[in-house]
Design a binder for this molecule. Structure first.
Ligand SMILES: Cc1cc2nc3c(=O)[nH]c(=O)nc-3n(C[C@H](O)[C@H](O)[C@H](O)COP(=O)(O)O)c2cc1C
Length: 238
């Protein structure tokens, strides 16, 4: 199996240790590709909207985005990690998610995303872990992913791994390992089922694209939907 990890920070701190604990059981079973932010996506999305209008290949940051996108599309399991920074994901993670705005369902979602599984790992000192997980989940679910599991923690006293009491560390590690065991037991030859919510969102966008295509038959997103057969009977889920 293939796992692609997007690390929202380059720091080898608490988030990193939890992610390592998650991956431990996969080391000899899976092909793991990791990206570290901001190193692997160092430039900001400037809002030029070329990805939406002219195509993703026109993004000024395509050299960084293309290998990340390839690894995301090829993976059986996606792992996104971020510490909480002022109640949200790190700026580096938000920047990466911005670069994939064109993959949101109202634009040009990748069909591969509809059967994929994903895990979100986040932790904070005292608050903001739910809004941080939601930052990532919003993008994943609008990309079409429906099987999304989250592990989130409040550290409450100390944020340096070596200073965190052993009892607390053990509880966090055991929780991520439990989720890892659940993920390892999955038969990845069978795609995850797309739920009613994802299907509903897809059908609403399908109606919108049909209308937009009538107004402008050259519209890029409309043609993408048409070429995929989604305005007819084809669907991205199995
Ligand atoms: C810039 C910055 C902002 C933070 N904001 C919050 C916050 O809003 N809520 C919180 O509970 N912890 C906050 N923290 C603590 C982090 O979520 C985290 O627990 C800590 O940085 C350790 O994680 P790491 O070792 O993976 O970097 C913040 C830390 C930094 C550096």
């Amino acid at each position: 199996m293939k796992i692609t990890v997007i690390n929202g920070s380059e720091k080898k701190g608490v988030t990193y240790k939890l992610k390592e604990a998650f991956l431990e059981g996969f080391k000899d079973k899976a092909e793991i590709t990791e990206f570290y932010l901001p190193k692997d996506c160092p430039n900001f999305c400037m809002g030029c909207i070329r990805c939406f209008g002219d195509g993703e290949d026109k993004c000024k940051d395509r050299e960084y985005i293309a290998p990340i996108e390839k690894a995301l599309l090829e993976a059986d399991l996606l792992v996104f990690t971020s510490p909480v920074y002022v109640y949200h994901v790190t700026g580096a993670m938000k920047n990466l998610l911005d670069h994939f705005g064109y993959r949101w369902m109202p634009h040009r979602p990748a069909k591969e995303m509809f059967g994929k599984r994903a895990v979100i790992i986040t932790q904070c000192l005292g608050g903001g872990e739910s809004s941080t997980a939601k930052d990532i989940k919003d993008s994943l679910s609008w990309w079409g992913v429906t099987w999304i599991k989250t592990v989130k923690f409040k550290l409450m006293s100390e944020i340096r791994w070596d200073k965190i009491p052993d009892k607390k560390k053990d509880a966090m590690v055991s929780s991520v390992k439990k989720l890892a065991a659940k993920c390892a037991a999955i038969d990845y030859s069978k795609p995850a089922r797309s739920g009613l919510l994802a299907k509903g969102k897809f059908m609403a966008v399908r109606m919108m694209q049909t209308g937009l295509g009538k107004e402008n038959p050259e519209y890029r997103d409309f043609n993408y939907w048409k070429d995929n057969g989604w305005l007819g009977s084809a669907r991205p889920w199995k």
